[in-house]
Design a protein around this ligand. Structure first.
Ligand code: PGA
Length: 257
């Protein structure tokens, strides 16, 4: 099964509009001399207030723009929230849902992930749904059970046709921002489990089409061997997405170039 590699930069709460535009301009300069960015789906996910400027800067390039969250309601009295309609109108094409930092600090649950996912699909945004275990869950042998619960709850009520469009990001929480990457073997085992769970829910044909990114201290130096694994189809990148040269190099490495 040929799944197109997808590399997404999650800028988290970094880069104001000026800095975000500068990063995209630098990426465009590097991509002009390198075809790797055409062979993968390349996405950058800036903070909400940076989105407008980045969408403008990314026009006529192969850089797509994603958001880092979405509210489940169409509009209404939800102070501080952003809807799918607002994202779509701003030129956003992807949206990260259920990142572990949102689960950890902002009360995100599998039920709210599911509600946000349905809103993203309604507005024709491509969801990047994050799953992953905590360190103590891994150490107590609960990784597969945790992933299964997150997948069953997160993707409840989704059709097979919808699932094919969704990107899953496996991000072991102990590897995020810690410099501790999962080994390719550990990551591949988790990805294979996720695909098995998706096959149980949606059938093998759908599961084989779903792209599963790895996230957690992925950088240019380890992207090649991670993405070379059978069930690893790209990366969701935090720290290494904040510098143009590192992010561009990571894309080429992930493609094995
Ligand atoms: P990191 O973050 O690459 O800085 O570990 C990944 C993520 O949280 O998406």
């Amino acid at each position: 099964m040929d799944r197109k590699v997808i590399i997404a930069g999650n800028w988290k709460m970094n880069k104001n509009a000026c800095e975000g535009v500068a990063l995209v301009e630098d990426l465009k300069k590097i991509f002009a001399d390198c075809s790797c960015s055409c062979e993968a789906d390349v996405v950058v996910c800036p903070p909400f207030t940076t989105i407008g400027a980045v969408v403008e800067a990314a026009k006529n390039s192969n850089i797509k723009v994603g958001a880092q969250n979405i509210h489940w309601a169409d509009n209404g009295a939800f102070t501080g929230e952003i809807s799918g309609d607002m994202l779509k109108t701003a030129g956003v094409e992807y949206v990260i849902i259920g990142h572990s930092e949102r689960r950890q600090y902002f009360g995100e649950t599998d039920a709210t992930v599911n509600a946000r996912l349905k809103a993203a699909l309604k507005y024709d945004l491509i969801p990047i749904v994050c799953v992953g275990e905590l360190l103590d869950e891994r150490e107590s042998g609960k990784t597969e059970a945790v992933l299964s619960t997150q997948i069953r709850g997160g993707f409840d009520g989704i059709s097979g046709a919808e699932m094919e469009k969704i990107v899953v990001a496996y991000e072991p929480v102990w590897a995020i921002g810690t410099g501790k990457t999962a080994t390719p073997e550990i990551a591949e085992a988790a990805h294979a489990h996720i695909r098995k769970e998706l096959a149980a829910m949606f059938g093998t044909e759908v599961a084989e089409k779903v792209r599963i990114q790895y996230g957690g201290s992925m950088k240019a130096a380890n992207a090649r061997e991670l993405v070379a694994q059978k069930d690893i189809d790209g990366g969701l990148i935090g720290g290494a997405a904040l510098k143009a040269d590192e992010f561009a190099k990571l894309i080429c490495e992930a493609l094995g170039k």
